[in-house]
Design a protein around this ligand. Structure first.
Ligand SMILES: C[C@@H](N)C(=O)N[C@H](C)C(=O)O
Ligand SMILES: [Zn+2]
Length: 360
């Protein structure tokens, strides 16, 4: 897993494959570095990787632009994403589409951090049903990939796409659709372990994946588009006092910080770039095994060690972070200094809009 555990996967190959360009991390917090809760910024998540088998075409995506952020647990193979025909009547409406005007945003939540669980190669549950069911793992932190049937409603707002269709070969572990995240519950608005982004961001991310494949890696995506209602859920949770039942998840994701400080410290954003559809939480995984590269801290570990430039990690872990960063920056994404997994497309198509349709 990508946590603090020993890095599997990436290690040795990395130095040979990555020129470690010194790309400075973006200063501007999408998160809320030093910004009081409620003033919004970006956030991200961690989840269950899903191996995306055959994905559909990437039709209709405008020339690339882009940015990124993920979920905890078990990578899930997204088998064949079949056609979307056959959606039962009455299921078609995807969630609310209440766009939140810029400046009103709710606080962003923070993606759960995967505890070094092995990223199981997408257990493709595969067979896509008539309504596009795909297999996906449930990020319950058990370490055991369990196929789940997911039906895509396929009526996303115009301009948005499912990443399993847009980025063949990527893996997914949508933590906020599971209980394996810092909140310890499925997050509001995540009705299925799916990743959605605005088309330009998806196109740019596809290019990143293609480039990394040359080095033996694929992208493992923990979170992408995040509904505003999910950010509101994070905020409500952070405002409640910590209780003993939360200790297990606290130990994994925010052991050194009181949860009431997570927004203020920039680890979760009140107005998250994720809700604008062009931010993604992700890591590198071995192309053959699906095992996440060792990044020195797990996804959604909310602490200093997750910052770009930290001295607390090994040269190999730094190299892994740099390999990901170099590829992301090359294709138009900007990093977030406090979280090595969080990236946002610079030329995002909806810079002022905070969407609230459900992930389903
Ligand atoms: C919570 C974490 N995964 C994340 O995305 N943090 C940034 C700052 C956000 O909430 O936008
Ligand atoms: Zn993020």
């Amino acid at each position: 897993a990508c946590g603090r555990e020993e890095g599997q996967g990436g290690g040795e190959n990395v130095s040979a494959l990555s020129p470690l360009a010194d790309i400075p991390a973006a200063q501007e917090p999408e998160g809320s570095g030093g910004i009081p809760a409620d003033q919004g910024e970006d956030g991200s998540s961690d989840g269950i990787p899903v191996g995306q088998g055959e994905s559909g075409s990437f039709g209709g995506i405008p020339a690339g632009q882009g940015e990124p952020e993920g979920s905890g647990g078990i990578p899930v193979g997204q088998g064949e994403s079949g056609s979307s025909g056959g959606i039962p009547a009455g299921q078609g409406e995807s969630g609310d589409f209440a766009d939140i005007p810029a400046g009103q945003g709710e606080d962003g939540g923070s993606g759960g951090i995967p505890n070094g669980q092995e990223a199981a190669r997408g257990e493709t549950s595969g067979e896509t049903g008539e309504n596009g069911a795909v297999g996906s793992g449930n990020g319950n932190g058990s370490g055991t990939p369990r196929p789940t049937s997911v039906s895509k409603l396929r009526n996303l707002p115009e301009g948005f796409v499912y990443l399993d269709e847009a980025i063949p070969g990527a893996l997914f572990e949508i933590r906020y659709a599971t209980e394996y995240n810092f909140v310890g519950a499925v997050i509001d608005g995540y009705n299925a372990p799916l990743a959605i982004m605005a088309e330009p961001a998806a196109k740019a991310l596809k290019a990143v994946n293609e480039e990394l494949e040359q080095s033996g890696y694929v992208l493992l995506i923990y979170d992408a588009y995040r509904p505003a209602k999910a950010v509101a859920h994070f905020k409500r949770w952070a405002q409640q006092p910590e209780v003993p039942e939360e200790q297990a998840m606290k130990d994994v994701f925010y052991p050194d910080v009181d949860k009431s400080q997570l927004f203020k410290l920039g680890y979760i954003a009140s107005k998250s770039g994720h809700s604008r559809g062009s931010t993604v939480d992700l890591t590198l995984a071995d192309r053959e095994t699906g095992i996440p590269a060792d990044m020195g801290s797990p996804f959604d570990f909310l602490g200093d060690i997750s910052s770009h430039g930290t001295k607390k990690i090994t040269a190999e872990q730094t190299a892994n972070r740099e390999l990901l960063k170099k590829a992301m920056v090359k294709h138009g994404f900007k990093p977030y200094n406090k979280e090595w997994w969080h990236y946002t497309l610079k030329d995002e198509p909806y810079p002022q809009k905070y969407f609230d349709f459900d992930v389903e």
